[in-house]
Design a protein around this ligand. Structure first.
Ligand code: COA
Length: 276
């Protein structure tokens, strides 16, 4: 591990080349999210965004579980009489789980194993991709203890789940497995637990090989057009395409065009050209 890795109380960082694992690290509490963990995640993501070695971020949890949701003791009860801490924790919770992750300029993957409950759903949805262990356990358990899926969870699940599934799982709190999550496309794929890290890493490496500028602009384009009308999207995508031509320091488009049209040494349909 390189020495420049940020050290945090409740978040651990590990590297595999350009792939950076950002790990919720309260295993003894099943990675339930305390105010400190939220603040640490904000710092970790800011660090990863500016870290030149990081090309792809994998969000996961330590100790065999992804996340048991908000920490009932520290996030809820612990801030009841402290409105300033409650507001700070709430802002940090929203900031990393949605604002930072969903706009992250590098590719992001949620790697889910073990438990994923309640507020743990938001970062899974905000990541660009999600892989789960077949036997992972997902649950929107809020209804079981008398609250709603707040903090954006109810909205986030409707962005990604079929509406009937969203209502069904929010209203029943019924658990579903990683294999079921993959079948309903809540996650991209699920794998036996023993293979999850290797499969996630393999996929992360394919993303790492792509042009960072093309990947960033593609992510931003797909994300942004979801909320647009056709006219807006058409105009936006034309502007975005033009902007990428100027913003790409590797000038991938020009290189690829020359290699395909002039040199005839590359077929874009069959994979990306060798960068650098
Ligand atoms: N908030 C606070 N503490 C939590 C927590 C949460 N969301 N989830 C787990 N913990 C703590 C437990 O209190 C326990 O602490 P302790 O050792 O001091 O008693 C520790 O983590 C281990 O949890 P435990 O329940 O003993 O482990 P388990 O493997 O038998 O069960 C869960 C794990 C996740 C199924 C169970 O802890 C649970 O239901 N947690 C709540 C999940 C939830 O509904 N989250 C949504 C919140 S919005």
């Amino acid at each position: 591990m390189s020495d420049d890795i940020i050290k945090l109380e409740n978040v651990k960082i590990e590297r595999e080349g350009g792939v950076t694992f950002v790990i919720l690290n309260r295993p003894e509490k099943r990675n339930a999210m305390s105010p400190q963990l939220h603040m640490d995640m904000c710092e970790a993501l800011d660090w990863a965004e500016n870290d030149d070695q990081t090309r792809v971020v994998v969000i996961t949890g330590a100790g065999g579980h992804f996340c048991a949701g908000q920490d009932l003791k520290l996030y809820f009860r612990g801030t009841e009489d402290d409105p300033k801490l409650r507001a700070k924790a709430r802002r940090a919770a929203h900031s990393w789980r949605w604002d930072k992750l969903s706009r992250f300029p590098k590719a992001t993957i949620a790697m889910v194993h073990g438990y994923c409950f309640g507020g743990g759903f938001t970062p899974v949805i905000a990541c660009d991709f999600a892989f789960a262990a077949d036997d992972a356990t997902f649950g929107l358990s809020e209804v079981n203890w008398g609250i709603i899926p707040g903090g954006l969870v109810a909205w986030a699940v409707t962005q990604i789940m079929n509406y009937r599934d969203a209502l069904y799982y929010c209203c029943t709190g019924e658990r579903f497995s990683g294999a079921e999550a993959a079948a309903m496309k809540f996650v991209n794929k699920s794998y036996p637990m023993a293979d999850l890290r290797a499969k996630t890493l393999e996929f992360a490496k394919t993303l790492e090989a792509k042009s960072p500028a093309a990947l960033k602009y593609t992510k931003e384009a797909v994300r942004s057009v979801r909320g647009m009308t056709q006219d807006q999207a058409y105009d936006f995508l034309n502007c975005k395409s033009d902007a990428l031509k100027f913003a790409d320091p590797e000038k991938g488009r020009e290189k690829a065009m020359k290699m395909f049209l002039d040199d005839k040494v590359f077929k874009p349909g069959l994979g990306e050209f060798k960068r650098g």
